[in-house]
Design a protein around this ligand. Sequence first.
Ligand code: ZN
Length: 153
Amino acid sequence: MSDLRELYQSVILDHSKEPRNFGRPEAVSHHSRGDNPLCGDKVEIFLDVVDGTVRDIAFEGTGCAISTASASIMTQAVKGKSLEEVRRLFEGFHELVTGDPSVTAVAPGELGKLAVFSGVREYPVRVKCATLAWHTLNAALQAQPEEAVVSTE
Ligand code: ZN
């Protein structure tokens, strides 16, 4: 168990130091900004959605290791996925970090690398750091075509 925890922490550390998909894609169809005032995390999500599929996604922002790693891993998880798959991942991730993962409708295997955030639910203050990017992604997808601004407060 502690080995698993160390593995999870090293993945989070890796993504916070070297965020993947950081920047802006060439084409942007959806965009949103998110803010977690409790921790000072700020994130902007850019998506290029074509025919109901996330063709490209990237993010910019500043924040703690958890928020940066969550945005980085999220972009990897949703890239190339259909909007329906993205919605399921969002629900699965939300349950993973806020509640009992055994009740989630999404099988743990489907979450893949997102599982590294399972330890976050032991730290309620950190849950908003981990979910900020996801709420911002959700807002971006729902607020087309204008920009959306969300706050987790
Ligand atoms: Zn944070």
